[in-house]
Design a protein around this ligand. Structure first.
Ligand SMILES: Nc1ncnc2c1ncn2[C@@H]1O[C@H](COP(=O)(O)OP(=O)(O)O)[C@@H](O)[C@H]1O
Ligand SMILES: [Mg+2]
Length: 280
């Protein structure tokens, strides 16, 4: 990539406060079925975007565009300083080293152990020595509280534990951006909370930038309104102060367009009939 192809916003150091994912008037159709029309948004480093919308609204499509698995028909997409809508599959590989993805339902490899699942990308795509991979796997499993399950098979774990393994796998190579597609679907509310808390911990303690797709409002609000605080030996999840809560924004997709964008307070206060129906 030529330096001249970097956007001016990315010319400065990509630190806190700078954009890390930018959609600029992105449109996409499959044949004559319009999926997205001129979708524009900016994710700031360390912040969170929560995408809401009915089934088929285009939420997973947004994630596929970020990953470069789909290309838009029109518009520009920047990810971590690279203009990904024009990259080849080969060039995209480098961008993906900064993208962790937690798929719907976790999507673990059933025939691999927890350790092999979590270390998969490090074994396959890096020259990291085996004992260092094992060390990193232990570290991330410790982060999600699953150290003692390291040598189990996915089938020996509960649904919530499998989802946490998927999060550990996504963070194993220290990506700057984490994408979550319906991370709590199918989980009971208490287990869903533990997944939300991992998402919050990663965002606040590891400074990753997050995009969360969900139709579970309860989880969306928990992620948007809580923060993780490290105190001596414990990590507490607490209601965030107002300023911190403004770093999480909701985007509601409807008919291929952004119907609403704003923080939790603005979403709750909205008088828009479609939003009110969605929230109730
Ligand atoms: N590869 C594809 N070819 C044709 N249509 C697709 C393809 N992928 C997704 N779609 C359609 O695009 C729309 C948006 O899909 P998706 O982004 O998965 O929605 P969501 O995640 O919000 O439920 C759906 O109507 C889906 O059927
Ligand atoms: Mg989807």
């Amino acid at each position: 990539m030529l330096a001249s192809e970097r956007s001016p916003e990315f010319a400065e150091a990509m630190g806190p406060g700078s954009p890390i994912v930018v959609f600029d008037k992105v449109s996409l159709a499959f044949d004559d079925k319009v999926i997205l029309t001129e979708v524009s948004f900016t994710l700031i480093t360390g912040h969170t975007k929560v995408f809401l919308g009915a089934s088929g609204a285009g939420k997973s499509t947004i994630l596929k565009l970020i990953l470069g698995l789909l290309k838009p028909d029109r518009g520009v997409i920047w990810v971590n300083g690279e203009r990904v809508d024009t990259l080849t599959e080969h060039e995209m590989m480098k961008v993906r080293t900064d993208l962790g993805m937690v798929f719907q339902e976790g999507a673990l490899f059933d025939s691999l152990t927890v350790a092999e699942n979590v270390g998969y990308k490090l074994y396959e795509e890096s020259d990291m020595p085996i004992d260092e991979v094992r060390q990193r796997v232990e570290e991330v499993l410790g982060f999600v509280g699953l150290t003692e399950h390291i040598d189990k098979m996915p089938s020996e774990l509960s649904g919530g534990q499998r989802r946490r393994v998927a999060i550990a796998r996504a963070m194993s190579f220290k990506p700057r951006i984490l994408l979550y597609d319906e991370p709590t679907t199918g989980l009971d509310p208490i287990t869903a909370d533990t997944i939300d808390d991992e998402i919050i911990k990663l965002r606040d303690l590891e400074n990753v930038s997050s995009i969360v797709v969900t139709h579970q409002l309860r989880d969306a609000f928990r992620i948007a309104t809580h923060e993780a605080l490290r105190r001596n030996r414990t990590i507490d999840i607490e209601l965030a102060d107002e300023k911190k809560a403004e770093e999480a924004e909701f985007i509601m997709l409807k008919d291929g367009r952004i119907h609403f964008e704003g923080n939790a307070v603005e979403l709750r206060a909205s008088r828009d009939p479609y939003l009110k129906a969605f929230l109730s």
